[in-house]
Design a protein. Structure first.
Length: 181
């Protein structure tokens, strides 16, 4: 099974991914987590990504797709994935479809976690990661609206999109996701 967790920064994708991967036995691929690990290791990729992350801008599609391909290849024959924070641009979504098609795979569901801006900003400020400051958050939300939101239509057209209210309790959101798939 291949699931995409979709939603704005702070929607709770990481929290739900941790619960879902255990329940559904999926391999969790969070591009944000992978990038932070690379930054932490001081790798070439990490050095390239660092300034984008700090500014709340997206890392280039080319870097992201290279990274995803490596992770998928290193997962061998296993084709159960939970994508979190990816795809984030129409071009990433198209490249993912192409890559999956080449391997006779396809996305089963796209779960969209729906949360209002005011709640997102409050949550992110509480989380306090280094890119969770007011200025970077404002830009991340703007980038989300301009570059990521269009993917929602892309997946709605292919009837894969399921909208889930993201401001219920963690357990309620989780139960609603499970019920929907
Ligand atoms: P959030 O969704 O809370 O903003 P993430 O951990 O998913 O946090 O992402 C943190 C940062 O990593 C993003 O602001 C962006 O710079 C970079 N990033 C993560 N995933 C992608 C992606 N698929 N494409 C481009 N940049 C990404």
């Amino acid at each position: 099974m291949i699931i995409v967790l979709f939603g704005p920064p702070g929607a709770g994708k990481g929290t739900q991914a941790d619960l879902l991967k255990g329940e559904l036995h999926l391999h969790h691929l969070s591009t944000g987590d992978i990038l932070r690990e690379e930054v932490g290791n001081g790798s070439e990729l990490g050095l390239l990504a660092k300034k984008f992350i700090a500014a709340g801008e997206l890392v280039t599609d080319k870097l992201i797709m290279g990274m995803i391909k490596n992770k998928i290849v290193s997962n061998g024959e296993n084709s159960d994935f939970l994508f979190d924070g990816f795809p984030r641009t129409t071009s990433q979504a198209e490249a993912l479809d192409e890559m999956l098609e080449e391997n006779s795979l396809k996305i089963d569901k796209v779960i969209s976690l729906e949360v209002e801006d005011d709640d997102l900003i409050e949550r992110l400020l509480l989380r306090g990661r280094s890119d969770d400051n007011k200025q970077t958050i404002t830009n991340r939300l703007k980038v989300y609206k301009n570059q990521t939101l269009p993917i929602k239509d892309y997946y709605a057209k292919s009837k894969l999109l399921i909208k889930i209210k993201g401001n219920d309790s963690i357990e309620e959101v989780f139960n609603n996701i499970i019920k929907s798939i």
